[in-house]
Design a protein around this ligand. Sequence first.
Ligand code: SF4
Length: 310
Amino acid sequence: MNKIEKVVIICGYRCNNNCVFCINSGKRHINDKSTTQILREMLDARERGKVYIEFIGGEITIRPDTFMLIKQAKKMGFASVNMATNGRMLSYPDFAKRLVDSGIDELIFSIHGHEPGLHDSLTRVSGSFNELVQGLKNVRKFGLKKVASNTTIVKANYMHLPDIGKFLLGHGVTNSEFIFADPTYGGVHDDFFSLMPRISEAAPFIRKCLALSKNNKSIRHWHIRYVPLCYFRGYLKNISEIHEVENFHTEHLAPDFRNQDVENSRKNISRQKPSQCRGCKLFGLCEGIWKEYLIKYGAGELKNIKSRDN
Ligand code: SF4
């Protein structure tokens, strides 16, 4: 099967939230890309056959060229134009309407809690949850059909994942990624023991959240990312990396790096299968666990699987 050619344009690292786990917390001093640079990258990506584009930040909606970039992406012929957002700017109805009218295909909201106290404590912006919820309602009201989400899993929210899942479904979000925190750089690297959950403790809650997708035909995508598979044997259909490797060829274009083979570099650079994994029946499918996790917590929680069915 031909893979979907995907380009992720990281426009810059400026943001109007200040999330505790932000992978880019050490990069805020780097200048955002100019409009010209982004347009040039988009054209170049189209010429190289990319058909799926995703704009991420930082936060794109605080850029003055947001609507223009979306419109240009459509004009250039990208089949699917997507954007990640913390949703706060979309609480302004005029802004939400302009964004929907610009032709965006899907918005991916960053939602880290199911209620204001939890979400706002993670974004460190009081009121950010209520703005996000208003933003979600606005874009749906103005006709956006596809609404997605990502949720970063840290110590403070893992036990609430089943409620977060129910909250998402209640707001029409049927394409969700649950992301086990990445301690390679940024906030979780710098404050590892306060933020990084133990996989053995988080996994039961993650599984309960993933189980919400069983027998729910309205759900398009309900996936967990960056986890060792030994805790998810019954959920291999919900593993992001397996889906991604099978379906996408992705490149990331950031202000400070270019990565033209995201799927392979992640498993080769940041993650590891330690000696415990040798002979595991899931070895070929699994990307292991973060190297930084192994350094700090060790490999004692990993469970070498003797049979795909056990
Ligand atoms: S033991 Fe290692 S290879 Fe097997 S599922 Fe766990 S992390 Fe993956």
